[in-house]
Design a protein around this ligand. Structure first.
Ligand code: TXA
Ligand code: MG
Length: 341
């Protein structure tokens, strides 16, 4: 299939893309989290096309993107807690799992009776939904198992020739996928951490339960089916190094044919060709923005055998950086003791 590339230059530039969505085609588009691969959420065939283009298992449900939280009631059973959350956090990088209404086809939700509702804040995503006039089902616009795309180039690399349209709307703001929560009986279950943080969710004065699949290998059935897949995985093995600066530096000094994802502060202390920083040690937001691009960059290398990454701080959006990193690493974390003298 020939993929049309559209550079966003204002609302008029989205007319063709909106038409493609309405007719059941696929459009990759920017959001504030990562790029999405969108199709009409009311059309079961569009959902099937999305799964095919990504090479994604069809039991892994798609998030439904709406122009406004007020529309959620048409497609899902909302409620008081949803309304409170939506009022402060939507539009924004948040997905809320709710009981679905019949209008949403089973193929969109992987057969589940719930649906993920998200109202993106990115102007291109918002205009596209509005012009299309239908809710847009969209997973991240990567091939299944690859890091989510945070730039047009990433999407082009994975999906050129497999989708009708790719919209170039510049780099993503946050760089990691939305926070996913499921409000149930007054409890907020955190299924996937993101830029809407635990600290922000605690403002609703409801208990917050972090799903075990967020922080460790989990062999049960996670609440978000997608969390069971080995996501975001580079082809080369990735190992997370947990230890003080000294321990990490001396460990890396003895390793050859390796690449490293580190912090700005480490760059002068770690030798070697393939050493990239994902941001300052205390700047979790920048680490989030750069993590997937770092993984994609290093994964293409042929003269390395392994990628090492430093353990990020786990507070705020750092919890999301940690979650994506340990999943990409297949939960391989090496705890390093300070060197003895
Ligand atoms: O930021 C994002 O959320 C991006 C942009 C494009 O909006 N989308 C995204 O979609 O990350 P995807 O498909 O890559 O990840 C969706 C995750 C999967 O882990 C899936 O299992 C979970 O959301 N999910 C979707 N619907 C669900 C539901 N009804 N119940 C539980 N988990 C659900
Ligand atoms: Mg994804």
């Amino acid at each position: 299939m020939k993929t049309r590339i559209i550079r966003y230059t204002g609302r008029e530039s989205l007319a063709l893309a909106a038409e493609v969505i309405r007719r059941g085609g696929l459009v990759a588009f920017p959001t504030e989290t990562v790029y999405g691969l969108g199709g009409n959420a009311l059309d079961p065939d569009a959902a099937k096309k999305i799964y095919r283009a990504k090479g994604r298992p069809s039991d892994n449900p798609l998030i439904v993107h709406l122009g406004s939280a007020a529309d959620a009631e048409r497609y899902a059973v909302t409620g008081d807690l949803f309304d409170r959350i939506a009022e402060t956090l939507m539009p924004g990088p948040l997905t809320v799992i709710l009981k679905k209404r019949d209008m949403i086809p089973d193929s969109v939700t992987g057969g589940l009776d719930t649906v993920g509702i998200r109202v993106p804040s990115h102007p291109v995503a918002r205009e596209l939904i509005e012009l299309a006039g239908v809710p847009i089902a969209a997973p991240s616009a990567n091939l299944s198992g690859k890091p989510s795309p945070t730039s047009f180039d990433h999407v082009y690399h994975d999906l050129n020739g497999k989708v009708d349209v790719i919209i170039d709307g510049g780099p993503s703001d946050f760089g990691l996928e939305s926070t996913i929560i499921k409000p149930e009986d007054g409890v907020i279950h955190l299924l996937r951490p993101g830029a809407v943080t635990v600290e922000m969710l605690s403002l609703f004065d409801q208990p917050i339960e972090i799903d075990p699949a967020v922080t460790r290998r989990f062999d049960g059935v996670p609440l978000a089916p997608g969390m069971k897949y080995r996501h975001y995985a580079p082809d080369k093995p990735l190992v997370v190094l947990d230890g003080c600066d000294e321990a990490v530096y001396s460990y890396l000094a003895e390793r050859e044919r390796r690449a490293v994802i580190c912090f700005d502060e480490d760059l002068s202390a770690i030798d070697g060709e393939h050493v990239v920083s994902c941001g300052s040690k205390s700047d979790s937001l920048t680490q989030a923005q750069r993590l997937f691009a770092c993984l994609r960059e290093l994964d293409g290398l042929t003269d390395i055998d392994v990628i090492y990454a430093r353990m990020p701080a786990k507070v705020g959006i750092g919890l999301a950086v940690f979650n994506r990193l340990i999943k990409a690493a297949g939960f391989q974390v090496l705890r390093l003791e300070p060197p003895t003298r």
